[in-house]
Every structure is written in C-alpha cells, then in structure tokens.
Design a protein around this ligand. Structure first.
Ligand code: ADP
Ligand code: ZN
Length: 747
C-alpha cells in the first residue's frame, strides 16, 4: 500500500511541449497516486493522459493555488513507469532535447496513452470467464448434468467457462445453478494474447560452439560475472555464428538470475527467429514488435513487468521494457539506422541501450558484420571490448562479389539496360542448378516515375519535393512521403503531349521483366507494398524458404537477417542512387548494404556470388565491399570524416525549420542563424546553413536546414538551447523547429 499525502502532482504530457504541469489531487487520488502513474488531466480545452513525474506536498512558490486545476482520473494504482524507466526516460529527454512526456509515451506499449476524453479506450488485459470448484462438501441433491460439471472440474481443475461447457456438454444454466449452491465459482481472469501462439513447430538445436565462438563467449561471460557495466563490439562476418553467441549469453544472464534483452532492427525480427527463441527459452520470452496488435503488445509488456518473462526480444522501443534485474542487452546489427526514431522523440535505441546498461550495471553487446563507424572507432579507442568472428561457420567461403560496369553495357546496347547480360545469365544458370536467387533494388531515393519524352518533365507531388512513383498494379502514381495519389495521366500535365514514358524501375517492373524473360521462373516480390500485410510477407518468405519460389525480388529489406541456405546468387540492380544521396553516410550505407547482401548468398554448402551493377565501378565503398575488407573501408571513410569534420570527430546536430509559408520559414531560419552566431562568438561551434533541406518540401511544408558541428557536445547543446530560447522570445513557434542531436541522416 502506498501512503502519500501529496496534494499535488507534477505531470509530463505526451505532447511536444517542454514544460511540466501541476494539478490538484483529491484525497482519494492522493492516497493512491505514485510517481510513474497515469493521470487524466484537463489541458486547455482537452483532457489528456499524462504521467506523474513528482508528487508535491505543497505548491512551489511560483504557482498560486488559484491557477491550479483539479486532476480528472488517476488511471493506475500501480505506476506504469517504474523508477528505472523514468530515470532512463529523463536521460533520453535531456540528451536528445525532447519532451519527457513524449519519451515516456514512446517507452510504453501503444494504446496506453489514448487521446480520448475518458479512460475507456485504454488498452487493457483481455478477460475471460473461468470456473473453479469451491471446497464445499455439504451433501446436496444434484442432477446428472450438475454431477457431470463437478466431475469435469475435479479432473480438469479450473478452466474457462467455454471449455467446461464443451467438455461437460451442458448449458450455462447448469453451471450457474451450481454457483447458486456455492459449489463452484465463476470469475474473470486475464487471458494471454500470445503473438507466438501459432508456433510452426520450429526446433532449435544447440550447436557445439566453434573455438572462435567459445573464445568470444568466454570473454563476454567473464564480464557478466563481474556484475558491473561493460560493453562489447562483436564484429562477426555474416554467417559467423553471432546469433548462437547472443543466445548463449542470454542463457548466462538467466542462470545468474538476471534478465536479458535483445534488440533487433525492424526487419531482422523474422518470425522464424522469434520462434527459435521461443523454442529455446519457452514462455520466458516476450516479444516487442510494431506489427503486433496492441493487446498482444500490452500482454507481453505486462509479463515482463510481472517478472514472468525474463527474455525480451524487440525493436527500438523494447529498450524501455520494464525488465527487472537486467544483466545483458544485445544489440544485433547495431549499425542499422532503424534504431533511430525518425520523429520526436528522436532517440537511437543502440545508444540508449548503452546508457541503460551503464545505469543498471549490465553488459551490452553490439553485434554487426559492418559496425557503424562510430562503434568501430569507440572500440579502437578502447571504450568497448572488441571481439571478432572473422570466419564463417564451417569455413564456408564468403560469397564472391563482382562489379558489373553498366557503362560498358550502355555502350554495347546503345541505351540503358535494367539487367546486364551477365546478371540475366547468372539468374538462368542458378535456376538450372536448382538454386535460388535474390534480386535487390536499392530503392532509397530511387524508383519508377513518369517522364514526358517531349518536354522532359517528371510528375511531382503537389505537396512534397519528390517525384511521384508509378504503381503499375493499381495504375496510379503515389507520393511515398505523404501518400498523395492520382491516376496516371494520359498526357503530360506540363506540355499536353501524349509522350508519357516510364523511367526507372520499381520492384514491380523488375518482377514483370523477369517473368517475361523467363516464363518458367517462379518469381515473387517483397517490398514496402507487400510488407504492409504481415501475412503475405511471412508467406512469401516461407515459400522461398521451402523452395517454392526461385527468385525473390525486393528492396534492401531483403538484405538482412534472413538465412536461406539455397540462395547462391544475389544481384544488385543498381547501387548508384544510394551513393549519390546528399548525406555524409551514403558511402557507409552502401558499403553496409553490399556486405549484408553478400552475406545472403552461399549460406548453405554451395558457394555464392554477388553481382553489383553500377555506373561508378571505382567507388571506394564498392571496391572495399567487394574485397570484403571492412578495415580498409573503415580507414578510408574515417579519413573522409576527419577531413570534412563529420562524426565521430565532431558532435553533430541538425535544426530543421518547417512550415507552410516559404517566406516565414526562410525568415525564421535566418533568425535562428543570427541567434546561433550571437551565442557562438567564441567560435566553439561551426554553423552551416540555412539551406533548403534535401527534401525542400514535404507534406505541404517548406523545409530549411541548419547544421551545427562542434568538438564539444556540451558546447553544441548549450549553444543550440540558447539560440532556440532566443528565437522563441522573438516570437518563433518552437514547434516549427526540429532539433535533432546525432542525426543518422541529414536528408
Ligand atoms: P550470423 O548471425 O553471424 O550471421 P548465424 O548465427 O545465423 O550467423 O549462424 C550462421 C549459421 O551457422 C546458422 O545456420 C547457424 O545455425 C549455424 N551455426 C552457428 N553456430 C554454429 C556451430 N557452432 N556449429 C554449427 N553450426 C552453427
Ligand atoms: Zn507528397
């Protein structure tokens, strides 16, 4: 029982406002209220669900009793946000300069902070009616059906009302009549919505570790025994058996009586992998994934909070899972940009994982075949223990990667080609050998669009500064940022001539071309359009895995995580658009993509090969990727970062000013620049911009961008904060400025 006499609660609201608010509690609320509980409060003309961040016995001097409103409902008698998570959320809010309420909201399962006016729509446990016997031995006259019910319960123990009715083959009235006689009890109990209930009978054999694996695991376990913070970077080529190490280390945490957590990028969380974890750890596993239903997420979270589940696997937000006695956090594919939340609160789950491990004296293992420059740099400087698995399991050779120079293809055919003869030939041969291939389109900033051959105009989104993408199956053109859709025009909207022409190729076109060229080839496609439907996605992967499909066409999401032993060819249709992106990480991303892709080929007994089509065959990212030379790439890229002052040599922040009125956006960003210069007279930071953002219009808003770089993170923050305060004082609405600390991309 919590006994508090606090009369006021200070709350954080899940909105983009930085201040906290104070409300008066009723005596009853005051006895039950705890820090971390949800409180519905009036704010402006609305009711909002807020989180109590402190309880006050009296009002702070700057507030007067008259200004204080009454809180509406106390939602929880047990806080939903425990002290450790609240502390972590405070760190995130502070480091990333975002509102605490937004962070707490992101830390909780979806559905716990509804916008509705009352608490009725909160996600809740799912209740079922259950029946159990009461120890009542008094002799009573019973009918046959009543006796049947009692005997089923005697043998089967407490059970759901429904299964009791089915088993005893009686009607509900028989059961209620027994309830009246006080022979049994009908009660409500929560039933678990289990996302892995439909298990596919996956078995999970524990391997005998290789010498390299054992050595890595031993080093990790030694630190885990020490029960203080330690961090590892595990650099293991694809197929080197990192996953087995993660699982052993998680097991170790359990055997120490601790909990373990594993973070995975959105896409690597394949259904197969979660089921493998279930096979190994049973009901101790809870899974946190954005495609689960709200009820499933809530139940998994509840099992973690109760201590029922001690192994958590999940994407980004799982880093906030309320596990008790945390021993280990694994961050798989630590370089992945999907660990970064792309909207406020901007946070990077990998970095939050490190801070959480520090705060809770846990071990953190960052794993990747292509570590981020930052992490590798940290390992070189000794901030992380460095462990490596340089070879594939069973000494399987790495796939051989080869560049196809598309300039030659162009010369040979006199016009651009989507598929080089080499790649087509390779697809054919692979199919003839009864093996499988993956064809990958690097679609970042690249897709099919419509061009007028007469005036050269492309069709742009009316709201965003991007070309509309053509979707053949629906005969529409779509904006991939704001989802604006229109029918394909029959004539050019710009010059009126009927020379509409489709350029570039989306995955749909690739699929169709392959069907035309190879009628017997069984082709399927996976991309953003099909993943919207989880079942279709899982089915395609299952079909591919079972060999019912020869060739899988898709976007970069196919590059990661999946393990298809029969794939011996991966073709990358074009990497050039990715290389050309105006982002300091574009070379790193391309290198990672190619390396990951190469890891998909030849995971079974047969060697694999990779063909990369490009118009830039000498680019250093491609050269090193083909040579499987991470360190070579790392050294070259690091020089580039140093010469141009990019992370990890400087701290970086971006400020994006956005709004519907171009003039205002431009003026506000100039004002921001002026204020930044005023607070930067000692030149501790370097300010760039304002310039139109690479996406200069998005969802009907104009966007200008400024970048701040500094060798001192502290100076950078102080300066950004001071400048933002100053522009706010001069009347600029801070909601029109996004401050991003450590942006992963500056697009
Ligand atoms: P990574 O995560 O490094 O890409 P995986 O953990 O997926 O690699 O391992 C690659 C393959 O090798 C998997 O099929 C896995 O089951 C298998 N494997 C892992 N460790 C061993 C081992 N010690 N002995 C035999 N096979 C293993
Ligand atoms: Zn748009």
């Amino acid at each position: 029982m919590r006994v508090s006499n606090a009369q006021f609660a200070e709350v954080a609201v899940p909105l983009h406002v930085f201040q906290t608010f104070t409300y008066r509690l009723t005596p009853e609320q005051s006895t039950n209220a705890g820090v971390g509980a949800r409180l519905v409060v009036p704010l402006g003309r609305n009711l909002v669900t807020s989180y109590i961040v402190s309880l006050l016995d009296e009002l702070p001097a700057n507030l007067s009793d008259l200004d204080i409103k009454d809180a509406q409902d106390l939602v929880d008698s047990e806080p939903v946000c425990n002290p450790e998570i609240l502390q972590l959320a405070r760190w995130v809010a502070d480091y990333y300069a975002c509102p605490l309420g937004e962070v707490i909201k992101a830390a909780l399962p979806p559905g716990m902070t509804p916008k509705s006016r009352s608490g009725s729509k909160f996600v809740k446990p799912k209740l079922r009616r259950f029946v159990r016997l009461l120890a009542n031995t008094a002799e009573q006259k019973l009918t046959d059906t009543q006796r049947r019910v009692l005997s089923v319960l005697e043998n089967g123990g407490p059970m759901s009302l429904q299964s009791l009715l089915n088993t005893a083959d009686v009607s509900a009235s028989t059961v209620t009549s027994l309830e009246k006689k006080a022979l049994l009890e009908i009660y409500d109990d929560a039933i678990r919505r289990d996302p892995l209930a439909e298990t596919l009978g996956v078995t999970d054999a524990e391997h005998t570790l290789t010498a390299a694996q054992s050595s890595v695991l031993t080093q990790i376990e030694e630190q885990m025994n020490g029960a203080c913070y330690s961090a590892f970077l595990l650099h293991g080529v694809t197929g080197s058996g990192k996953t087995e190490i993660y699982m052993r280390a998680m097991n170790k945490a359990l055997s120490l009586g601790q909990s373990a957590m594993m973070l995975v990028p959105e896409i690597a969380l394949t259904p197969v992998f979660s089921r493998r974890l279930r096979a190994r750890f049973g009901d101790q596993v809870a899974i946190f994934h954005s495609s689960l239903q709200k009820g499933e997420r809530f139940d998994e979270w509840t099992r973690v909070r109760n201590g029922e589940a001690r192994v958590v696997i999940g994407t980004r937000s799982a880093v906030f899972a309320p596990v008790k006695n945390l021993g280990l956090i694994v961050v798989d594919e630590e370089h992945e940009s999907s660990y970064r939340q792309q909207e406020s609160p901007y946070y990077n789950a990998r970095d939050v994982a490190i801070v959480r491990a520090q705060k809770e004296a846990a071990t953190v293992v960052l794993g990747s075949a292509t570590p981020s420059l930052e992490s590798f740099y940290n390992a070189r400087k000794g901030k992380y223990h460095f462990v490596a698995l340089p070879e594939r399991i069973g000494a399987r050779p790495m796939a051989e990667a080869k560049i196809v120079d598309m300039r030659n293809v162009f010369v040979r055919h006199g016009k651009p080609r989507v598929f080089s003869d080499e790649l087509l030939e390779a697809i054919r041969e692979t199919r003839e050998r009864g093996e499988q291939s993956i064809i990958l389109l690097n679609r970042r900033g690249y897709s099919s669009f419509i061009l007028c051959r007469s005036c050269g105009e492309t069709i742009q989104c009316p709201n965003c500064d991007v070309t509309l993408t053509y979707h053949r199956s629906e005969r529409v053109i779509v904006c991939h940022y704001c989802n604006h859709r229109e029918a394909v025009p029959s004539a050019c909207p710009s010059c009126g001539k009927k020379y509409i022409y489709y350029v570039g190729e989306g995955t749909e076109q690739l699929e169709e071309m392959l069907r035309l060229l190879f009628p017997a080839l069984r082709v399927a496609r996976i991309d953003r359009d099909t993943t919207a439907r989880r079942k279709v996605f899982e089915q395609s992967l299952a079909d591919f895995s079972a060999g019912r499909i020869d060739t899988l066409v898709g976007t970069q999401m196919l590059a990661k995580g999946h393990d298809f032993p029969n794939v011996t060819l991966v073709g990358v249709v074009s990497v050039d658009a990715g290389l050309a992106l105006p982002d300091f990480r574009s070379a790193e991303r391309t290198f990672q993509l190619i390396t990951q892709v190469a890891g998909r080929a030849g995971r079974g007994d047969r060697p694999g090969r990779v063909l990369i089509q490009t118009y830039h065959p000498y680019h250093y990212a491609l050269r090193h990727a083909c040579a499987q030379d991470y360190e070579g790439f790392y050294d070259e890229e690091l020089r580039y970062r140093q010469n141009h002052s990019y992370p990890p040599f400087v701290a970086l922040a971006s400020l994006l000013v956005h709004g519907p009125d171009l003039g205002k956006v431009r003026n506000d960003s100039l004002e921001l620049r002026k204020q930044l210069d005023l607070v930067n007279q000692e030149r501790k930071c370097r300010v760039l911009g304002p310039a139109p953002a690479p996406l200069s219009r998005l969802k009907g808003e104009h966007r200008f961008q400024l970048l701040i770089k500094s060798r001192s993170r502290k100076d950078l923050r102080q300066m950004a904060d001071a400048a933002l305060r100053a522009v706010a004082e001069s009347g600029v609405n801070l909601r029109s400025i996004n401050l991003e600390i450590d942006p992963v991309s500056i697009m």
